[in-house]
Design a protein around this ligand. Structure first.
Ligand code: BG6
Length: 295
């Protein structure tokens, strides 16, 4: 299967389809500047992004499991059609446990390298969520930027509602020296304080305990300062109104699967999505959102 994918989608010096961990097919995008991204067809999952300087920007747990039907701890899981445990489906929906298809690769005139993956309904998804859909993930690699777009199309005969998010795990040197900027004055739902509503008062969010907040209708431009690595990542989103800021801290890390006890020190998740007001799609309607990370 991997050979066939390489013949169909491989592009000399830009796109390679190779066996990844446990032999799962992975798409490796390489930009002429030296930046790279790796995307697994399992879970439609970006597991690595390195910029032109060779810095890895995404966290991947040393305990991450790469196996059909299981979610990968780290990288960029795609939450769909449910966010977290906000509905009857498995947490964060089924897209992050499903097998996706590669539908297109290309090098654009600007030199950016692109891959497009797609997930559609299956017997398993219809059994728990009776809707026909196409979820398309676009991955676009530039010298110092990675753009992820998600598009949802209703291909069935009835309307449906969904939530979606890019659950991005950034790799930081030290969570104590990490901050997220750009959310001052934004109202949030605090999942560690009985889902109380509050308003962010300071210019930057710092971490000293479990943090799990959904910022409602957040500004489209945010910044993650990773002081330990002396770098900042700019997060620019479009049509993804909400932002989740998450770190499990000590006790939750101990309870969580596929995460080492000390790994919370090296993670911050800044998730962009459509969460608080689910999107409703009529038959043949579509929705698209996009997030660009630059570093
Ligand atoms: C975050 C949620 O998006 O994902 C947290 O806000 C949750 O509440 C976290 O713990 C991780 O979820 P999971 O299902 O991957 O362990």
């Amino acid at each position: 299967m991997i050979k066939k994918l390489q013949t169909e989608f491989g592009i000399s010096q830009a796109v390679t389809i190779a066996p990844g961990i446990n032999g799962l097919p992975k798409v490796v995008l390489a930009h002429e500047s030296g930046s790279r991204a790796e995307v697994y067809l399992h879970a439609g999952h970006v597991t690595s992004w390195t910029n032109a300087k060779g810095d890895e920007l995404l966290f991947l747990s040393r305990e991450a499991l790469f196996a059909p039907g299981k979610e990968i701890r780290g990288g960029i899981p795609v939450c769909f059609p449910q966010f977290s445990d906000q509905g009857p489906l498995p947490p964060h929906g089924f897209a992050r446990n499903s097998e996706w298809h590669l539908v297109k690769t290309e090098v654009l005139g600007t030199g950016k390298v692109a891959a497009r993956l797609q997930l559609t309904e299956s017997e398993d998804s219809l059994a728990i969520w009776p809707h026909k859909f196409a979820l398309v993930l676009g991955v676009l690699l530039d010298m110092n930027a990675l753009t992820i777009s998600t598009q949802v199309v209703n291909t069935g005969a009835d309307s449906f509602q969904f939530q979606t998010a890019l659950h991005t795990y950034f790799r930081v040197a030290d969570i104590h020296r990490t901050s997220v900027r750009g959310l001052e004055g934004v109202s949030f739902i605090d999942a560690v304080r009985e889902y109380r509503r509050d308003v962010e008062t300071g210019p930057s969010i710092r971490f000293s305990e479990e943090t799990d907040r959904i910022y409602v209708d957040a500004p489209d431009s945010l910044r993650l300062d990773d002081e330990g690595n002396g770098r900042s990542i700019v997060i620019q989103k479009r049509d993804m109104p909400d932002v989740v800021v998450w770190n499990p801290w000590i006790e939750k890390s101990h309870r969580m699967s596929y995460l080492g006890d000390e790994e919370y020190l090296r993670i911050v998740c800044v998730e962009t999505g459509r969460i608080v007001s689910p999107c409703e799609l009529s038959p043949r309607d579509q929705w698209q959102g996009e997030t660009t990370f630059s570093c």
